[in-house]
Design a protein around this ligand. Structure first.
Ligand SMILES: Cc1cc2nc3c(=O)[nH]c(=O)nc-3n(C[C@H](O)[C@H](O)[C@H](O)COP(=O)(O)OP(=O)(O)OC[C@H]3O[C@@H](n4cnc5c(N)ncnc54)[C@H](O)[C@@H]3O)c2cc1C
Length: 396
């Protein structure tokens, strides 16, 4: 099968690149699993935060905001809903708090320091003796990841492209000016490939004889626990006067709560609370599984910060956050490998940066140009493949 562009990997990165590439030619998106979003993309905390990550990541996130708030036709909206983040300073972390505060004050919607009264109003279970200072990151939002992902996939199909699942790429080589991908679902050819294989991106590169980027897959764990039983809100605060208070309704409006040293977070999710120990354990690429100890650490840290008593873990999972040592994504053409483009190393930011990162990768792969809407912090050098290459990296 011939195409103009082969996109390898159907997570949010591949789907976004494929969506924008489909404006320029026929896209074949090849995904190993039987459904999109089985790996990192389906396991995230789904947060959009312009306060999070290094300068390039924050700029890519800010450049994605307009897409999220006003998506083109074909996306079931809204893609963002208000959430906000409450960042607490445990005793001894004042320097870190100051640094986070100073940086947050430069965000498009600046953070603001808040007092104990406001902390209690935002999240009544936080123990006043846990923290010395607190700040609110008001513009953080929840992302409807599935709506974004499916919207991208729908857009690929609507523009004449194809999303091929159960198509593990097993061989990749360049012959006669075309990349040949041998998969479990047949052979595909195109002059351009985009490597969006998540944790497996270095393996895909090695398959093609392209130097690895030095990607590390870091496991992060999350679990859902029952929400606390809160006293019913006053009659006046109920949506339907006289009706019984909806259990969990107040909890659903809480912000994400985290400590500034990033040892845990919790946020409302699926009628309960999503908790994480903010772990980053290096593991080989694969189907990440939660470790009981990491789940227990998350529960202990959340209980130390709050009055919550965790009696039951409803569900737990783990996913891979993949990055190179400088923490910035890898986007661009591989040196010495014409037509081989990277869109990888998206760390803990792959969903919130997907519109801008996908658009940039697509523009580079389709025409070598850079989209005009990109902010000046986002330079091709800062994203260049090969900048963090491991010493003596084998070509294959
Ligand atoms: C617990 C957790 C919380 C997170 N929270 C957030 C958050 O709040 N906000 C945010 O923006 N990000 C968050 N992230 C990060 C985000 O999930 C990732 O950055 C993003 O999903 C990466 O997308 P991807 O498409 O690169 O990878 P993936 O979703 O892993 O997709 C890669 C795909 O490539 C496929 N593939 C691999 N090899 C082959 C092959 N040989 N042939 C065919 N297909 C192949 C895989 O099957 C996979 O589907 C979080 C991550 C975790 C684990």
């Amino acid at each position: 099968v011939f195409a103009d562009f082969l996109v390898l990997g159907g997570g949010i990165a591949g789907a976004s690149a494929g969506y924008f590439l489909a404006e320029s030619g026929r896209v074949m998106l090849l995904e190993r699993e039987s459904a999109l979003g089985y790996h990192s993309t389906g396991r995230s905390a789904a947060l959009f935060s312009e306060y999070y990550g290094g300068g390039v990541v924050r700029a890519l996130t800010a450049a994605s905001r307009a897409f999220f708030t006003g998506p083109p036709p074909g996306f079931d909206g809204p893609l963002l809903t208000p959430r906000s983040v409450l960042a607490l300073c445990p005793a001894g972390s004042e320097d870190r708090f100051e640094a986070v505060l100073a940086e947050g004050l430069t965000a498009p919607v600046p953070v603001r320091e808040i007092g104990a009264g406001e902390v209690r109003r935002y999240c009544p279970i936080v123990r006043p003796d846990y923290y010395s200072r607190a700040m609110l990151k008001p513009a953080a939002m929840d992302i409807d990841v599935d709506a974004l992902h499916q919207g991208f996939a729908r857009g690929i199909r609507a523009r004449g492209g194809q999303v091929v699942t159960s198509a593990p790429v097993r061989e990749l080589s360049r012959r006669g000016g075309l990349w040949h991908a041998v998969t479990g679902a047949g052979e595909f050819r195109a002059p351009v490939v985009v490597n969006a294989a998540g944790a497996w991106a270095d393996e895909v590169a090695a398959m093609a004889g392209v130097p690895r980027t030095g990607l590390a897959a870091l496991r992060r764990t999350a679990a859902i626990v029952d929400p606390p039983e809160l006293p019913p809100p006053p009659e006046a605060a109920r949506t339907v006067p006289g009706a019984a208070a909806e259990p969990g309704a107040a909890v659903a409006r809480w912000p994400m709560v985290a400590d500034v040293t990033e040892t845990f977070y919790f946020k409302p999710e699926s009628g309960g609370l999503l908790i994480s120990p903010v772990d980053a354990t290096p593991v080989p690429p694969g189907d990440a599984r939660p470790d009981d100890l990491d789940v227990a650490v998350a529960a202990a840290r959340v209980q130390a910060c709050t009055t919550l008593v965790i009696r039951r873990i409803r569900s737990a999972w783990a996913g891979l956050r993949c990055s190179v040592p400088d923490g910035t994504p890898v986007i661009g053409e591989a040196p010495g490998a014409p037509g081989f483009f990277w869109l990888a190393a998206l760390g803990g930011y792959g969903i919130q940066t997907a519109p801008a990162a996908g658009r940039l990768a697509a523009a580079l792969a389709a025409s070598g140009g850079v989209p005009g809407c990109l902010p000046p912090e986002v330079t091709l050098a800062s994203l260049a493949p090969g900048r963090c290459q491991p010493a003596g990296s084998p070509a294959a």
